[in-house]
Design a protein around this ligand. Structure first.
Ligand code: TK8
Length: 352
């Protein structure tokens, strides 16, 4: 898809992309990677699993979940079927994690932020501007420290299988162009249900309002909130541009998704099936990260094409946001664990 845009420089020096040359290629959603690996022909039981996710059928989250389901189905010759329910139709992240604990749902795919109630160390991912690039984020998600966080779910009723990419979060709002922390002052911004996220937007002078993801669109439509923050692909696939006029490329937090299974469902599986589920989770998470990275810039350009005024921030403007949220580290690094924060910072700096 090509379209001719013209970059305009605002007084604040921020480039507001209303026109420009589209750089991002449209993501290739046609074929997920070929399904490889041993087929389990032995009848080790049949399972029909229900999976609830928050995002739409066009999202990398859904497309990679479909791939996860296809791997399981093909490599058990149809004995494991996964039925996926998108668009938060079974509930929001918090509710679906609780459903895993009671066994009323088999699989879900929340962001790490609402999962910090189970594994508080996950709050490290909520620290602003901690992960500077996707390479750094992927290296952290694949680190031993991250695996320990997944293991930390043991005994909660949740089997955490793999990290993948929700992505770099961007601010949208219906009031005004935002290119500095001063512009955030007084905006009512929906946040995920997570204390560190609240601290970020309080530090920026906003009025943060924690809310389940499934309620965000109607809250913006009714003017209950002025804005929200999510990766461009979520903003696009959730049609937030229909009720939000301004987007700012703040990249203020990188949020992972966590692919999770009910421990009850997990324990019903033959060990060979458990190994297969773990392998399928790893492979679908890799595919999700690939899709999310292809979607990121393309989604931003699609949003601009639909008329959303996208403000891209230069280094100085990002630095102003970083300075404004420095207090979040003072408040939360001791809580999360200075050593953990430092080790994640180290991995990030070695893998930029
Ligand atoms: C979707 C959520 C969403 C998250 C949020 O289930 O709540 O804003 O970024 O993607 O996990």
């Amino acid at each position: 898809m090509t379209s001719i845009w013209r970059s305009t420089l605002t007084l604040a020096g921020a480039a507001t992309l209303s026109f420009g040359v589209a750089h991002a290629q449209q993501p290739d959603l046609s074929d997920p990677p070929p399904i490889e690996g041993e087929v389990i022909s032995e009848d080790l039981g049949s399972h029909t699993l229900r999976m609830g996710i928050g995002l739409a059928e066009t999202s990398p989250q859904y497309l990679s979940s479909k791939y996860f389901a296809e791997i399981l189905n093909e490599r058990t010759e149809g004995r494991i079927t996964v039925n996926i329910f998108p668009n938060s139709q079974l509930g929001d992240d918090v509710q679906m994690m609780e459903m895993l604990q009671t066994g009323s749902l088999d699989l879900t795919y929340p962001s790490s932020s609402p999962a910090t109630t189970y594994v508080p160390e996950l709050r490290v991912f909520d620290l602003p501007f901690l992960l500077p690039t996707r390479d750094a984020a992927v290296a952290v998600m694949q680190s031993d420290a991250a695996q320990e966080m997944l293991d930390g779910f043991e005994g909660t009723g949740i089997k955490a299988l793999a990290f993948s990419e929700n992505g770099f979060r961007q601010l949208t709002n219906s009031e005004r162009e935002v290119s500095s922390p001063d512009d955030v002052e007084g905006l009512t911004i929906r946040t995920m249900e997570n204390q560190v996220q609240l601290s970020i937007w309080e530090a920026l002078g906003a009025n943060p309002t924690p809310m389940a993801f499934g309620e965000v669109f109607s809250a913006m439509e009714q003017g209950v909130i002025d804005g929200q923050e999510n990766p461009w692909s979520t903003i696009l696939t959730s049609n937030f541009n229909e009720v939000q006029d301004y987007g700012s490329e703040t990249r203020h937090v990188y949020t992972p998704f966590i692919l999770m299974m009910s421990e009850r469902s997990w324990e019903r599986l033959d060990p060979q099936y458990q190994e297969l589920v773990q392998d399928a989770a790893r492979k679908s998470a890799e595919y999700e990260i690939q899709l999310a990275s292809e979607y990121d810039n393309w989604a931003r350009e699609q949003l601009a094409e639909t008329g959303m005024e996208i403000t891209r921030l230069d280094d100085d403007q990002i630095a102003a946001f970083q300075d404004a949220v420095e207090s979040v580290y003072d408040e939360w690094a001791p809580e999360i664990g200075e050593d953990l924060v430092e080790s994640i910072r180290q991995i990030a700096s070695e893998n930029q």
